[in-house]
Design a protein around this ligand. Structure first.
Ligand SMILES: [Zn+2]
Length: 412
């Protein structure tokens, strides 16, 4: 078998195309496969405008497609593609070869392989691994994400969650909407104000969903998001899910500790200890904590309060939870009397709880697991790592849809 025939077999070319030459450029470490069409190409080719039988007209300049490597060498297909001309309507067009991918300049197999890597690694690193440029890989990504995203079906969406993703520390934000039942990202918009809701609703309805089908929206207690729900999807209940509430409380306890640490430097070492749940501690750490709890520190009191709040989530009914949490808020105010300004953040948190009863108690009425919203945070950091160096909104959004959109992206 000649190398040309061998490569034609390997590429699965069939009768319409043949390999005319294989050249190994040792200096460039590259294999070029020269391809050519046969007359068979015209047998089933029809004019894309009127459907008439097509005739060969001319050929394009030589074009290149990066394919998977041959051994360790870069491999490219080179071909002058035939152009057809319609005898009826004089339309001319380029015949689409079977190996061509979506992004231009790559074969289908190469694109599938690149996508596999792009799901796992930073774009810059994939570029170095494959010997491609990052902008070319981004173009490939956009092509493969945009089309299946446009076809995604949101008609069953009823329980969503919205969360913010910070692009840079303390700067820009992106709002991300997720389907909490199918556990996928639905939509991302720039900013975190109420204006992202009409954008989300437009996207939802463009994908066969409906605003009045939304029954609950889980979120942090951001007034902007609440306003968004009020103005765009009135049927939905606002749910302040356990994950967000606890995140706020942990932040408050951490602020107490930081404030107190200025007077009690020994608290510096206990940061981690006080953030954990007791069941996750080793014997040694548990002993350390036991010593700490003997002391009369505001940080320790805040820690105990955090555990008590967390335990309220084990209560089966909203009414019991409300009574427990009301008592909890009174307890915090007592703490304020004892610890003074050290407890400011805890009191602020208790006041927020009292402002958001409906949303917090909705956790018991709707009882959806918040595991997916909680997991989104690690999705955000993965997305930011992959898009390192390319943090504009469109890039982040594409990466988010690739990683968490559950789209039909081709695989090898
Ligand atoms: Zn025609």
């Amino acid at each position: 078998m000649t190398p040309e025939k061998l490569f034609a077999e390997l590429l699965g070319l069939g009768l319409k195309w043949r390999v005319t030459e294989c050249v190994f450029h040792k200096d460039r470490s590259q294999v070029d496969l020269q391809l050519e069409h046969t007359d068979e190409v015209w047998k089933l080719e029809r004019c894309p405008q009127c459907g008439a039988e097509a005739k060969g007209y001319d050929r394009t300049e030589p074009l290149r497609w990066r394919h998977l490597n041959v051994m360790q060498y870069r491999c490219e297909i080179v071909c002058r593609l035939p152009r057809g001309r319609c005898p009826q309507c004089s339309h001319t067009w380029r015949v689409r070869p079977p190996w061509e991918g979506k992004a231009g300049g790559f074969s289908k197999e190469f694109e599938a392989f690149a996508l596999l890597l792009l799901r796992e690694m930073a774009v810059e690193r994939v570029a170095r691994t494959l010997g491609e440029t990052a902008p070319r890989l981004w173009r490939l990504l956009h092509q493969h994400v945009d089309a299946p995203y446009a076809e995604a079906d949101f008609s069953q969406v009823c329980c969503v969650g919205v969360d913010e993703m910070s692009v840079r520390k303390g700067h820009k934000y992106i709002s991300v909407f997720a389907d909490r039942i199918k556990k996928r990202v639905l939509f991302a918009a720039e900013d975190r104000d109420a204006g992202v809701f009409p954008q989300f609703i437009a996207a939802l309805e463009a994908h066969n969903g409906h605003r009045h089908a939304l029954t609950e929206v889980a979120m942090d207690w951001s007034p902007a998001y609440r306003k968004g729900v009020r103005e765009t999807c009135r049927n939905a209940t606002v749910v302040h899910d356990k994950y967000h509430v606890m995140a706020n409380l942990i932040l408050a306890t951490e602020k107490v500790r930081r404030r107190e640490q200025k007077q009690r430097p020994e608290l510096k070492a206990s940061r981690w200890l006080l953030r954990q749940n007791p069941e996750h501690l080793s014997e040694e750490q548990a002993a350390e904590l036991a010593v700490l709890t003997q002391s009369n520190l505001a940080s320790v009191k805040a820690y105990q309060m955090r555990l008590a709040f967390q335990n309220a989530y084990r209560l089966p009914h909203a009414s019991a939870a409300r009574r427990r949490l009301e008592a909890w808020c009174r307890w915090v105010r007592l703490g304020r009397k004892k610890f003074g300004t050290l407890f400011v953040e805890m009191v602020k948190f208790a006041e927020s709880v009292e402002r958001h009863w409906d949303g917090i108690l909705a956790h018991w009425k709707h009882g959806l697991t918040n595991a997916f919203m909680e997991g989104l945070n690690s999705v955000f950091s993965a997305v930011k790592r992959r898009a390192r160096g390319f943090r504009s909104f469109v890039y982040l959004r594409t990466m988010l849809y690739l990683v968490a959109g559950k789209l039909r992206v081709p695989a090898l």
